[in-house]
Design a protein. Structure first.
Length: 242
């Protein structure tokens, strides 16, 4: 019985040491990946990296991590124009099957899914916020974007001949994996002013390109939310580092 107790105590101690070593190792790896990702993407703040699964050391031995979650509070994405950028808030990605090198200098995920938010103020940059000349001497511009309810975006248009802005509900979608598109569902009446649908759509309808996301992830789906458009992202062979 005494020998059995000694054996059990030894097993418990060794198990505790293994768990402690495993947690220290995963903490070190998370820090290394986070710093390399920060450098690679030119971030001003260090992203969060959470390596899931236990034990970590057996995953290391196999050269692949089951699941890694990455989060960035803010990320400046390219807009496809010279020097243009748009801020992405709360970018999160869940990476599956992450193969890595021994020194963590490179890490590539087999697949990735995640989410991000673009505020309406940021999206407004893509709208025709400068006055556009329309027929009949009318000028107009977009002065606001907001949640229109039922997944629609409300586009507020200021028309020179009217005292109050006119609101239009629009549908938002993803095109080609790198563009958020807003299209008016219907064209409203402008009172005594008669404008062709195409003229009005030159104001209400617009595209916002969002490219250069970390690791090559792409836009997947988008819907209007309370504070901005909420975007689902996805990718394959996504590089966390290297």
């Amino acid at each position: 019985m005494r020998a059995l107790r000694i054996l059990l105590i030894t097993v418990v101690i060794l198990g505790g040491l293994f768990v402690a070593a495993d947690r220290l190792a995963v903490h070190f790896a998370e820090g290394e990946v986070a710093e390399r990702l920060k450098t690679q993407e030119g971030l001003t703040t260090t992203p969060s990296v959470d390596i899931k699964g236990f034990p970590f050391l057996t995953q290391v031995a196999g050269g692949e991590l089951d699941n890694v979650e990455v989060g960035m509070d803010s990320y400046d994405a390219d807009t496809g124009t010279s020097g243009g950028s748009i801020r992405i808030d709360e970018l999160k990605a869940d990476m599956k099957g992450v193969a890595f090198s021994g020194d963590y200098s490179s890490a590539t995920a087999n697949t990735a899914t995640g989410s991000a938010t673009v505020t309406y103020d940021q999206l407004l940059k893509a709208a025709k916020s400068e006055e556009t000349q329309l027929p009949l001497g009318v000028t107009a511009k977009v002065v606001g974007l907001s949640d229109g309810g039922s997944g629609k975006i409300k586009v507020d248009i200021e028309v020179s001949a009217l005292k109050e802005p006119v609101s239009v509900l629009g549908t938002v979608s993803v095109v080609d994996g790198d563009t958020v598109r807003v299209r008016a569902d219907s064209i409203p009446s402008f009172g005594s002013i008669t404008l062709a649908d195409s003229d009005v759509r030159s104001i209400t309808d617009f595209d916002q390109k969002i490219e250069g996301l970390p690791g090559g992830i792409k836009l997947d789906k988008v819907e209007a939310g309370a504070n901005g458009v909420e975007i689902a992202v996805k990718g394959s062979d996504v590089k966390l580092a290297g």
